[in-house]
Design a protein around this ligand. Sequence first.
Ligand SMILES: [Zn+2]
Length: 264
Amino acid sequence: MAQHVTDFHGILLYRRDYAERDFLIKFFTLEFGKKIFLIRGAKKRGFKMTADILPFTVGSYVGDIPDQGLSYIRTARETTQFQGIGADIFKNAYATYIMSLVDIAFPDSQPLPDWYHRVYRALELIDEGQNPAIVTNVIEIQLMPAFGVAPQLQGCAICGRTDLPFDYSESYGGLLCQQHWSADPRRLHLGPRTIYYLRQFSILDLDRVHHIKVKPSTEHALRQLMDEIYASQIGVHPRSKRFLDQMQDWAPRLKTPPAHDEDD
Ligand SMILES: [Zn+2]
């Protein structure tokens, strides 16, 4: 098997115990896509790279990266940790969910420089204290095509009109203009703000986002919409999402009025 000793940039997606002294780590690398690394002796006292392989670390490394199979790190060049995420259970939960979605959405060993950049930026925004629920919504919406669901958000899925109020229809796979609402009795009855953000987020460049402010009722409606689409059309519900759901039950500050409060 060909070995490539090479520089790479990586976002640590997760790490797992492996044998008594070792870790398995999954990196989303800029150059090679997602790769699993065996870190031998990582749990031994005095291991040199302990700080370089903590959760929520990004950095540049040198490693052996074969086309298939396990990779190995030789040295870490420069690494940093998203400390804001590491220190806050809410940020942590959203960031973990984003990384698990990206892990499920794409096969390993496929270079995805654009997505590497997007995940990096999403983590950076969450780390800085921007609303993690909304950053997560942006990633969820933009990941839909990778899961084989590409909603029609440009105009009405039936007639293409863009000048009437919209609602969202799962059976038509996108927006319906008011004239065609009758075509789907099970349309989702979304408010105009939710529709607005759904459309905006699908094309949003996270690099250009510096401050996010969305009304709590809209945030709640977006969460419900994502849950509906991910449950019924995508069928992906990672353990990290179950944790997020539980967390929302514990946390009164996340409890928000129901979506139908949205009236403008
Ligand atoms: Zn229409």
